[in-house]
Structures are given as structure tokens and as C-alpha cells.
Design a protein. Structure first.
Ligand code: F42
Length: 145
């Protein structure tokens, strides 16, 4: 089974390298927004390779909300398919690394509550949803027992 395959996008790859290489003390925000980011480590659903995806940090108590926005692109990011196939992830929030389990949110009431939290953490999510006909997928990451 192959190990880590970095993102083909240079800026994403660089952010992962800086964030992890500094032990979570540098590269922890989205470019010039100053808003915090987490790193989600998961497995590719076809390759089985380790993938690392920076996402905005949206907290709900001890849980995190993962938002498959990809800038309002017409299709879901590939990591969404990976998490659907294999919900075991590792999540890095600054220096803290936790094993977590994700589940996709399908309940409308829960979704409405979590979407508000997501937009409060990162307001452009609202524009991204308006830009695309797909419903942006949300996952809840909970500490693995
Ligand atoms: N993306 C978001 O969707 N939401 C966010 O909140 C977000 C925040 C964010 C903050 C900082 C930052 O640096 C990036 C941020 N991004 C955010 C972008 C995010 O990190 C991803 O780059 C983006 O969502 C696209 O995800 P993606 O999984 O589609 O990545 C593409 C570019 C990619 O890596 N493609 C790989 C490739 O080689 O083309 C495929 C990787 C893969 O997982 N392959 C699977 C496998 O088995 O290995 C199989 C693929 C398949 O066909 O199923």
C-alpha cells in the first residue's frame, strides 16, 4: 500500500508541509484571511494512499465540522468520496493530533445548525453554496473511541 501522496496543488501541499513540519505552529491559517485551518489525514478510496487535506477549522464542542465546499466548484472534492469510503481520519488542530471518526450529515435540522457554525467560522461558505447547484456536503468528526 503506498504511503503519503501529497496534493497535486502546490499551495495545498506547501501548507500541509509547513503546518505539519512546524508541529502546528506555522501555516495554520488560510492565506491572508488569518482564519484557522485543520489538517485532515485520510485514505484514498482507490489507491489506499495517505492523503492530507487542509480544511477550515469549524468546531462544535469536542467535534469538528468538515465542509466539502471546494470554492463552490460544481463537483464534490475527491476527499469527500474518500471519507464516505473510509471514515477513520486523523485531525490536526495546531499542535493537537487526534484520531477521529467522521459521519456525513443527512438530517436537515442538524445540517441547518452546523451550516450556521460553518458560515460563522468562514463566511465565504455562503457564497460558495450560492454558486453551485450541488448541496455542499458536511461531515462531523468525532473523537474515535
Ligand atoms: N477545501 C474544502 O473543500 N473546504 C475547505 O474548508 C477548505 C479549506 C482550505 C484551507 C486551506 C487550504 O490550503 C485548502 C483548503 N481547501 C478546502 C482545499 C482542500 O485542501 C482541497 O485541496 C480541495 O478541497 C480539493 O480536494 P480534492 O480531494 O479534490 O483534491 C484534489 C486536488 C486532489 O488531491 N486530487 C488528487 C489527484 O491526484 O488528482 C486525488 C486524490 C485522491 O484522494 N485520490 C483517491 C485515492 O484513492 O487516492 C482516488 C480518487 C477518486 O477518483 O476517487
Amino acid at each position: 500500500m503506498p504511503d503519503y501522496i501529497p496534493s497535486p496543488r502546490q499551495w495545498v501541499r506547501d501548507q500541509v508541509e509547513l503546518y505539519e513540519g512546524s508541529g502546528g505552529t506555522q501555516g495554520t491559517t488560510l492565506r491572508d484571511t488569518g482564519l484557522p485551518v485543520v489538517i485532515v489525514t485520510h485514505r484514498g478510496n482507490k489507491t489506499g494512499a495517505v492523503r492530507k487535506t487542509p480544511l477550515m477549522r469549524v468546531k462544535d464542542g469536542a467535534n469538528y465540522v468538515l465542509v466539502g465546499s471546494m470554492g463552490g466548484a460544481p463537483t464534490n472534492p475527491v476527499w469527500v468520496h474518500n471519507l464516505r469510503a473510509n471514515p477513520a481520519i486523523e485531525l490536526r488542530d495546531h499542535a493537537e493530533v487526534q484520531r477521529m471518526k467522521v459521519r456525513e450529515v443527512d438530517n436537515e435540522k442538524e445540517r441547518a445548525r452546523l451550516w450556521k457554525l460553518a458560515v460563522a467560522a468562514y463566511p465565504p461558505y455562503e457564497e460558495y453554496q450560492a454558486k453551485t447547484t450541488r448541496q455542499i456536503p458536511l461531515f462531523v468528526a468525532e473523537p474515535a473511541r
